[in-house]
Write a new protein. Structure first.
Length: 253
């Protein structure tokens, strides 16, 4: 089973002020966490300003991890909501030069500062990037819902021919199986995103409407079964890195 673990890069501003000393301390903590994942996962996925809160860019975070000698595969998210196509091309070029394996193009949450949506859609971004042959040297992924009520709702994303489709946090193996069935004929791998069930992650789960009752008492089996259905599992533990480590250790046994 292939497992990738999601990490959020450090926030840029704390208490409405930029503090370089504090930011460097957070970067040290961040790269240490990335090092702790070696031998536990196949890769690390770096997010891009989750909830619209400014953090160091995922591609900068990837560079910082690479500089520590960490050999894990790295992938990055890039938000289409508040970037134009030129800035996305710059981001992708930087990712390629750093050695990032893939880029997840997503819409992203509304920014907290109220910046306007620039109108780019992830599937359209992929088509433009493919036209310019960026996909010859780096993979591109798109997100899909954790439950598909109507297959036509993801047709544009399928037509964009991503290297993989990444689900939102799943709550049901049956629903994951339905996603895999829908996508199978298009020969696009599915990455199942799973939030680690822990007390510290409860608020995050509630924010996205995730009910983890199906697996909160048997997370190891749930992850393994999801890994059998999907091509890869993306574990996320937004508010408790330690809970994520503990689950990864149990998966190794």
């Amino acid at each position: 089973m292939k497992i990738t673990f999601e990490l959020n890069p450090p926030k840029i501003v704390k208490d409405h002020h930029f503090n370089l000393v504090l930011l460097n301390q957070e970067i040290q903590k961040f790269t240490k966490r990335a090092s702790e994942l070696i031998d536990l996962v196949d890769g690390i996925h770096l997010t891009d300003s989750v909830l619209g809160i400014a953090r160091i860019s995922s591609v900068t975070a990837a560079s910082l991890i690479k500089k520590t000698g960490n050999h894990l595969n790295l992938s990055c998210s890039v938000r289409a909501r508040d970037r134009n196509y030129t800035s996305i091309c710059q981001f992708v070029s930087d990712a390629i030069l750093i050695g990032v394996k893939g880029v997840l193009v997503l819409m992203g949450d509304d920014p907290v500062n109220g910046s306007r949506d620039l109108g780019l859609k992830p599937s359209s971004v992929l088509k433009m990037l493919y036209y310019e042959k960026y996909n010859s040297v780096i993979d591109f992924y798109l997100t899909i819902p954790a439950k598909i009520k109507d297959p036509s709702c993801i047709q544009k994303k399928i037509d964009a021919k991503p290297s993989a489709l990444v689900t939102q946090s799943i709550a049901s193996l049956a629903e994951l199986g339905e996603i895999v069935d829908v996508v199978r004929s298009h020969k696009i791998p599915v990455v199942a995103c799973i939030m680690v069930p822990s007390k510290n992650n409860q608020t995050s789960a509630e924010m996205i409407g995730l009910d983890w009752k199906e697996y909160q008492n048997n997370a190891v089996d749930f992850v393994r079964d999801a890994g059998d259905l999907a091509s890869e599992v993306l574990l996320t533990s937004p508010n408790s890195f330690q809970s994520g480590l503990e689950l990864l250790e149990r998966l190794r046994r």
